[in-house]
Design a protein around this ligand. Sequence first.
Ligand code: OGA
Ligand code: MN
Length: 196
Amino acid sequence: MPPDKIALALAESGWCLVRDYLSTSETAALRQECLETYAQGAFHPAGIGRGAAEVHTDIRGDRILWIDEANPGLALQKALAKLEALRLAINEHLFLGLFDAELHYAVYPPGAGYRRHLDRFQDDDRRTLTVILYLNENWAPADGGLLRFWPDDSDRRIQVVPTGGTLMTFLSERFWHEVTPAQRQRLSLTGWFRRR
Ligand code: OGA
Ligand code: MN
């Protein structure tokens, strides 16, 4: 799906799910870089809230590495360039004033999930659009780690299987979502396009 189409879908419903945003080989290369960085032990437990965030692994069990702290490999540079083009296309269509991107790798070890939440902080409204790019090989629904997403105010929810190459994006302040406990290691590049 080209960036313009994604922007139009966002204008219409506030969220967009894109299968095969990255090709199989692009995804494999980025997964490799993520796993190499993870093996170097640089990731840390993700916190809840802003600043000196508290770690509560029962609420949120992933381990993250902010991208500006990672050694940017070629696959990551390519993915970042693609997301940057998406940010600019969205700005042209939606006037969200997306100013920059704040991104991290996220690794959910087996057993980890993330309870139902909204992405925007109470004391900081810069996070505007959430982008999640999954990096997993051969993910089956039975592997858990599903993104449950409530697209409106009803009980209706959709479940996104975190298959590698899939991009999920949504307005950060609007949509409740959760990650069900993963049965195996679950990888993504996740972040936010922010306003000033
Ligand atoms: C998050 C989040 C969802 C996912 O990092 O805030 O909700 O599917 N991630 O990884
Ligand atoms: Mn979230």
